[in-house]
Ligand binder design. Structure first.
Ligand code: FES
Length: 169
């Protein structure tokens, strides 16, 4: 796992070193930042602190600016995620529908806390604010799949399905 991360980090460094910024204005560099961060996230699955600093150095912008962008957009992540990231909505409609109980059930069954990855690398749990499907509250998204009107009792079955899928793949 560590070796894989190191080799991916090397790829990211090679990519950053290949960028030619000589003709870019300050404004262009800033808009380029999002594109660069997308590439990094695609490659590593998240954007750790040390890579944020590398990006800042390469684009010659303050690392606080990079951090600001990474934390502003929720499609960027500063921590590793599981193969199937579980976003549990804790927005008002979902909260009223007892989303906190669903969150607790995921934590209990997977034996991880929020923002942690399970030992097998399959799942991580991420509380979020409104997934934009309030009519289906309480809502959970696993990867790109949305589960609406979820009940605490559904959680174990869903996890079992993902595990079975992994076994058969
Ligand atoms: S509050 Fe959960 S989807 Fe909107």
């Amino acid at each position: 796992m560590e070796e894989l991360l190191q080799s991916k980090l090397k790829d990211v460094e090679t990519y950053l070193n290949s960028l030619d910024l000589t003709d870019k204005t300050e404004v262009e560099k800033r808009s380029f930042l999002i594109e660069v961060l997308h590439k990094v996230q695609e490659n590593l699955g998240y954007i750790p602190d040390e890579v944020q600093k590398l990006v800042a150095k390469k684009l010659k912008i303050p690392s606080s600016q990079v951090y600001g962008v990474v934390t502003f957009y929720n499609f960027f992540s500063t921590k590793p995620k599981g193969k199937y990231p579980i976003s549990v909505c804790l927005g008002t409609a979902c909260y009223v529908g007892r989303a906190n109980e669903i969150l607790d059930e995921f934590k209990k069954i997977l034996n991880v806390e929020e923002e942690e990855v399970t030992d097998d690398g399959l799942f991580s749990i991420h509380p979020v604010r409104c997934l934009g499907a309030c009519g289906l509250a309480p809502v959970v998204k696993i990867g790109e799949k949305v589960y609406g009107r979820l009940k605490r009792n559904d959680v174990r079955k869903i996890i079992r399905e993902y595990r079975a899928k992994e076994k058969n793949s």
